[in-house]
Write a protein that binds this ligand. Structure first.
Ligand SMILES: [Zn+2]
Length: 226
């Protein structure tokens, strides 16, 4: 088979979710094909004409989930893929800027989202769905919990700030208040509540267990500081 300069120029080029890895000869209909890797990691042989005409933009599974790389020029990942990669870096890479706040303090990612050969990303996508908007990012509902389907949601920055520390909202007996608000009502130190939650108590337990009188006295001093 004659390999042209043009064929060779395809190597490492990106066509939507596909990256061309190697020339793969011709298919049964004598059309030139190339071995491609989808952004999820799966491999497939695709006709060159199909790539150029954008009749195939990603592997079947990725196409089915609706994840197609939005390309104008060159290579560009989907926002979800970038988020998935950044999440892995925060957890696994000690050189990552935010490692100390994540992997460094024991936060982990569930095995399902780390499966090899791109399956981890697909699982992540299947569980989380696509981002509802540009402004949404991944958020852990319990800030000390793992990155796993039951503890993650897409949230905007505003929603995320409300979910950290004393602004975290707790639903108890049908009423939702921040930890600060609950602690004021229960006349206790917010740290008592956050501490209880950190120790693994449920919201019910954390709010229902009576506050130690000795602690209550200390709190009066603390409240003045706020
Ligand atoms: Zn794919």
């Amino acid at each position: 088979m004659l390999i042209t300069e043009e064929d060779l120029s395809l190597l490492n080029r990106n066509f939507n979710s596909w990256t061309v890895l190697a020339l793969a000869g011709k298919d049964k209909s004598k059309k030139k094909i190339v071995l491609c890797r989808c952004v999820c990691g799966s491999l497939s042989c695709v006709r060159i004409t199909v790539l150029f005409q954008e009749k195939s933009k990603a592997c079947r599974r990725c196409s089915r989930i609706g994840i197609i790389i939005n390309v104008t020029h060159g290579y560009c990942y989907t926002p979800e893929y970038r988020i998935w990669q950044a999440m892995k870096a925060r957890i696994n890479n000690p050189n990552s800027k935010f490692y100390h706040r994540y992997g460094g303090r024991g936060i982990k990612i569930c095995d399902r989202w780390l499966e090899s050969d791109g399956q981890g990303f697909l699982n992540f996508l299947e569980d989380m769905g696509t981002k509802p908007s540009e402004k949404h990012s991944i958020d852990r509902i319990n800030n000390d919990g793992y990155y796993e389907p039951s503890n993650c949601r897409w949230a905007t920055q505003v929603e995320q700030t409300n979910n950290t520390g004393r602004n975290k909202r707790l639903l108890y007996k049908g009423i939702e208040r921040s930890i600060s608000e609950w602690s004021r009502r229960l006349r206790c130190n917010p740290n008592t509540l956050t501490g209880r939650l950190k120790r693994g108590l449920t919201i019910e337990e954390a709010l229902a267990i009576p506050i130690d009188k000795s602690k209550r006295r200390n709190i009066k001093k603390n409240i003045k500081k706020y």
